[in-house]
Design a binder for this molecule. Sequence first.
Ligand code: AMP
Length: 411
Amino acid sequence: MNFKDLQLNKPILRAVAEAGYDNPTLVQEKTIPRVLDKEDVIVSAQTGTGKTAAFALPILQMLFDKQDAAKSGKKTRALIVSPTRELAIQIEENFKKYAVYTNLRSMVVFGGTSIEPQKDLLAKGVDVLIATPGRLLDLHKQEIVNLDFVETLVLDEADLMLDMGFIDDVKKIERLCPADKQTLLFSATMPHKVKDLAGSILKDPQFIEVSPTSSVAKNVGQVLFYVPKPQKMELCLHLMRNTIKGNIIIFRRTKFGVAKLEKTLKKNGFKVDSIHGDKPQSERQLAMAKFKKGEINVLVATDVAARGIDIKDLDSVVNFDLPNVPETYVHRIGRTGRAGELGIAYSFCSPDEKAYLATIQKLINTHITVEEDHPYPLDPKAKPEVHKKQGSKHKKGRKSEASKKKKKRWY
Ligand code: AMP
């Protein structure tokens, strides 16, 4: 199929051609006609499938058709709700790119930054508003945002939105928009709570499934290293010096782990930055910008901070810690090997993570190839380390035999 077959206007087709897209991706092929027909849709697709353009292009098309009517004081007619700030920024970049030959205006609002500049820009009026839930409700409460004219509402990464506890906010936002709007729900996974949400707010939705979460992109190589937990850092350094090249994202489960790894990599001369939930928004954006510009080539991240982020030319993903939710593995490694490129995912598994590995392998229905040839192999029979509680320093009997003997000698 060709983009021209999708009934898109010339200015949009021109922008798409300039973005370097030859043909629509599967999710675009299936979703765009439905959206243009004003149907509600539930789309099960991961990032990397081209899902942003699958809603951005038809929305721009629909707005473009009516854009002259709104010359005086633009009204927000499309609202995109995204769970994370990074993703919201990225969606807006997409809208700007595709709308470059139109007069349509888009804007992104999110928390963690000053609200005043956002108010000023909003006062000028925008056609497409991209927002995180909290800041959107805040701006609405202050009567800066008017949702009365929303024709299309998009809930992106709905599963993450619910995981992050935004269910009430999302329902509230939906109620603030007109009842006859079109709603598009995108989600990487389809757990019951997402289906329930869809059932309660969508009208006769069309269900579009592109690639189930369990299917790992074919152009991503996967390698597994069994390694004792204390030696993961050494293995990481070893691989980064000898094997892993190019642009790399390293995932860790905790913010603390991210900070620690970042510090070690910096000490060892790598150009690295990090994103995690405890970092101020400005620093997270700066890290992303540096990575995109090539000033650094290593980004260490937690899952929530990194979810949905689209980074071009990503060569490798390192799972320094295996995720405890198997779907997360699929999301993480889906960040490399995007849009036809080749990528590799390296995963470290210590004895305490073997159960996680089992659920991941079950989900993807594959045994990940094990690389045994490395300097920190794990004894196959190794059991998870049990950390014995250290006794209190103030309790009796903490002295070693040697020190007791020494005392006797002194007398
Ligand atoms: P997304 O799933 O929206 O995060 O998109 C993943 C990547 O695919 C982004 O870098 C897009 O710019 C790119 N992309 C989207 N649509 C196409 C297309 N039709 N052809 C090639 N690349 C695309």
